[in-house]
Write a protein that binds this ligand. Structure first.
Ligand SMILES: *[C@@H]1O[C@H](CO)[C@@H](O)[C@H](O)[C@H]1NC(C)=O
Ligand SMILES: *[C@@H]1O[C@H](CO)[C@@H](O)[C@H](O)[C@H]1NC(C)=O
Ligand SMILES: *[C@@H]1O[C@H](CO)[C@@H](O)[C@H](O)[C@H]1NC(C)=O
Length: 304
């Protein structure tokens, strides 16, 4: 029974099934409390594992205490929380108080990081292809809705976590449901989650499922103008020489890298040319396509 419950709940996170909580790997997570649970009623939080139910925490006189393997990460208090999450925390939990039971589905997700400068634009990536099998695509900040796309009507509705400045990528036909900011303001950073839904219930995650938006801290400090301005003081000379040394070091590294790359790449390129000449044009098109995909990946890595 526990197994069936777990499988069903992992596939579809139904509202009626309980509460869905999502968090980035390593972050703390707070479990919801059962409302109106009398202070003297005992409570229990358990994780539904493959073939058994293992206790996570018990509640005594209104205070939760972690048990067993959870003692090092569980925080005493109310509501109950882990001070950090591990990947295997994902799963189904049962929260009981008095005679009542409540189900919680926790998703621990790997997040991308997007650092942008304040006032600049941002694109938080989310792709999904089988959109015909879902009703909507929802972006959330933490547990609150930013916006939701009704897939059949194309209509976008905005939620409490939106200030009206976010929009959805216009490239939905290409599977691109990224969240766009035209100006990132200090209140925008946070964890954003992209899920696909049917009848309001989460059915899966976009790719990637989560992005952490940050505002990039101060820019590079070793600009030439600054060095010139500081000429005259001893510190500035030191700064200048360090900067020069750094630059020389950087150039040496660049030169060595270039030499190594040339030695390795040049024969490969010749070999590849020979290979392409001996194969049909179809292969070449595929190869070019892959090149574009790699460029896309480099862009992604470059922006993070
Ligand atoms: C809870 O239990 C304590 C002692 O065990 C008792 O003093 C207190 O009155 C109880 N509180 C309620 C609200 O029942
Ligand atoms: C929180 O986690 C750290 C390790 O990440 C651990 O050393 C510490 O004891 C934990 N604190 C509590 C209150 O569980
Ligand atoms: C989405 O749009 C369709 C019409 O195209 C409508 O029937 C449906 O109720 C809408 N769904 C939501 C959740 O608004």
């Amino acid at each position: 029974m526990a197994l069936i419950l777990q499988v069903v709940a992992i596939m579809i996170c139904l509202i009626s099934f309980g509460e869905c909580v999502h968090v980035l790997l390593g972050d703390p997570v707070t479990f919801p409390e059962i409302e109106n649970c009398p202070i003297n009623d005992s409570g229990k939080l358990s994780k539904v594992e493959n073939h058994r139910i293992s206790p996570v925490a018990v509640r005594e006189r209104g205070v939760w205490k972690p048990v067993g393997n959870y003692e090092d990460r569980g925080i005493h208090g109310a509501p109950f929380a882990f001070n950090s999450t591990v990947y295997t925390d994902t799963g189904l939990y049962e929260l009981g108080c008095g005679g009542r039971e409540h189900t919680i589905h926790l998703s621990v997700l790997i997040g991308f990081e997007e650092s942008v400068s304040e006032g600049g634009p941002a694109k938080l990536l989310c792709y999904y292809t089988k959109v015909q099998h879902v009703h909507s695509i929802r972006w959330e900040k933490g547990q609150e809705t930013v916006l939701e796309l009704n897939v059949s009507s194309g209509e976008v509705t905005y939620g409490p976590a939106s200030d009206g400045t976010q929009s959805l990528s216009p490239d939905g036909k290409l599977g691109d449901y990224s969240l766009l900011f035209n100006r990132v303001l200090p209140e925008h950073p946070g964890d954003y989650f992209c899920s696909v839904r049917t009848n309001g219930a989460r059915q899966g995650w976009g790719d990637p499922a989560a992005v952490r938006l940050r505002i990039r801290s101060s820019p590079d400090r070793t600009t030439p103008t600054e060095v010139v301005e500081e000429v005259g003081s001893t510190t500035s000379t030191e700064t200048k020489s360090t900067t020069e040394e750094e630059q020389i070091g950087t150039w040496a590294a660049v030169a060595i890298t270039a030499a190594v790359v040339f030695v390795i790449v040049a024969p490969s390129v010749l070999l590849l040319r020979w290979f392409l000449k001996s194969t049909c044009s179809r292969t070449r098109t595929t190869y070019r396509g892959e090149g574009n995909a790699d460029e896309g990946l480099l862009n992604v890595l470059g922006t993070s």
